[in-house]
Write a protein that binds this ligand. Structure first.
Ligand code: SAH
Ligand code: SF4
Ligand code: F3S
Length: 449
């Protein structure tokens, strides 16, 4: 069976899609281009209105393929599937499977049954009380064979006032730490060199029904100690939960990459309280200082929301101030978007869209200038780049490559003659020669390994 999969949203969705594609391939299904597929899978995101709307327009496009083959059908998974559920069956009759993130473990079998004509429609929308272990599947491509995501938990218990995730992904469910470590060990044994541990709030790992007394700091140490693992990352961290033991680990393990995504959302304590983030700016800055003390080369990235209900110009000014004070390497910033069922829907006064748009532009302008300064400081530095693929910029005698430095910055690498082989999945010693707007240029200085 030929299938096509489109993914929206966060890394957890990206990873879920990778797993689903591999699980289908191990059943003999084949991933194809859009014009050839018979089964269209959309793995969706509901965090803001825009990605939700994209799902409907994408389904409208897929409906066009019914003319080519009336047997074409679609499956909708992820956060919008959980939110709208069976409603998809009415609006788009060619949707024959909906599955939430807790239902994904059953999606490959469900798709097989539907494709075989054994079922007309199926909905996998129940939340599980604990993490439902998925079948393990071999990685399909070289890049994924060298870099892997490992889910350590599902869902979220925080109920930040603006956020739909606790409703779409359910309560927090930690995996058993032994299952996480065993998966990481198996990946490293199979050749994986870089692992990213995933969860909506990894720092509260184990603090739910699935917990067995292992904290995130302990889990992190167990994974970091795996021999043969070159790079370890984790995301996302919540500023209220990051423990001193986690910060300390950055000073103990060379493999733990010197970067952290630590969503701040706002620089104003009043807005943070209204958002129900349960930390103050003081607490946040304390964490930042401790991180920089432990690992001076630490690169910090973050998320911001502008135009949260009640945000004043003064509140926003505080956000600009802290952006400059911390010197975030980069950030994702968004206009607040009302989501169904979240607490902030009923909060007043709403910020006018044009005011929010103006704030977003000012914030992003400041970020761009900080990003440029951060990257500029790296010119001349020696580093290691993990090669992910060919660079878009070619033209020399030997191919140029694109990869990431330990902090996760994108580096385009020119190699000298004699290293023209496929470098995907290799680490290359590099000197940074030039900072671009959002990336770095470097030249290979030694033997890839
Ligand atoms: N679990 C992570 C990220 C969750 S969603 C965390 O706790 O930070 C990713 C980002 O989307 C959030 O950090 C937030 O900045 C943004 N976001 C979430 N809900 C939003 C909304 N209703 N409007 C605008 N941005 C939102
Ligand atoms: Fe959403 Fe807050 Fe949970 Fe992050 S911590 S997923 S922002 S509720
Ligand atoms: Fe989006 Fe769901 Fe991830 S709402 S950000 S796909 S958890």
């Amino acid at each position: 069976m030929k299938f096509h999969i489109t993914t929206f949203g966060c890394q957890m969705n990206v990873h879920d899609s990778q797993w689903l594609a591999s699980a289908l391939e191990s059943r003999g299904w084949r991933q194809t281009g859009e014009d050839e597929a018979l089964v269209y899978i959309l793995n969706t995101c509901s965090v803001r209105d825009k990605p939700e709307q994209k799902v409907y327009s994408e389904l409208g496009r897929i409906a066009g393929h019914l003319r080519r083959d009336p047997g074409v059908f679609a499956a909708v998974g992820g956060c919008v599937a959980q939110q709208i559920g069976r409603g998809f069956f009415e609006r788009f009759p060619f949707v024959r499977l909906v599955f939430g993130s807790d239902g994904i473990a059953g999606a490959p079998n469900a798709l097989e049954r539907i494709a075989a004509g054994m079922e007309e429609r199926l909905a996998l929308l129940d939340f599980m009380p604990t993490y439902d272990e998925r079948e393990s599947v071999p990685a399909q491509s070289v890049q994924f064979a060298r870099q892997a995501f490992v889910t350590i938990m599902q869902g979220c218990d925080n109920f930040c006032a603006y956020c739909i995730v606790p409703y779409t992904r359910g309560r927090q469910k930690s995996r058993h730490p032994d299952a996480v470590v065993a998966e990481c060990q198996a990946l490293v044994d199979a050749g994986v060199r870089e692992i990213t541990l995933l969860g909506q709030n990894v720092n509260s790992f184990g603090m739910d029904k699935g917990g067995v007394g292992t904290t995130f700091a302990q889990l992190l140490r167990r994974v970091a100690a795996i021999k043969g693992l070159d790079r370890l990352r984790f995301t996302t961290s919540h500023p209220k939960d990051i423990a001193p033991e986690v910060i300390a680990a950055f000073g103990e393990y060379e493999t733990l990459c010197p970067s952290l995504h630590l969503p701040l959302q706002s620089g104003s304590d009043a807005v943070l309280a209204a958002m129900r983030r349960r930390y103050t700016l003081d607490r946040y800055m304390g964490v930042v200082e401790a991180l920089k003390r432990t690992r001076p080369e630490m690169a910090l990235t973050t998320d911001f929301i502008v135009g949260f209900p009640g945000e004043t110009e003064r509140d926003f000014q505080a956000t600009l101030d802290v952006m400059a004070a911390v010197g975030f390497e980069s950030s994702f910033s968004f206009k607040y978007s009302d989501r169904p069922g979240v607490a902030a829907v009923n909060m007043e006064p709403k910020v006018a869209p044009e005011v929010a748009a103006d704030r977003l532009m000012r914030l992003q302008t400041l970020q761009n200038s900080i990003t440029r300064k951060c990257l500029k400081m790296l010119e001349g530095m020696e580093t290691d780049v993990f090669i992910e693929g060919l660079s878009r910029m070619q033209g020399g005698e030997v191919p140029s490559w694109k990869g990431r430095d330990p902090a996760g910055r994108i580096v385009n690498v020119h190699m000298k003659k004699g290293h023209a082989d496929d470098l995907v999945g290799m680490l290359v010693p590099v000197r940074i020669i030039e900072a671009k707007k959002h990336s770095l240029m470097g030249e290979g200085t030694g033997i890839p390994w």
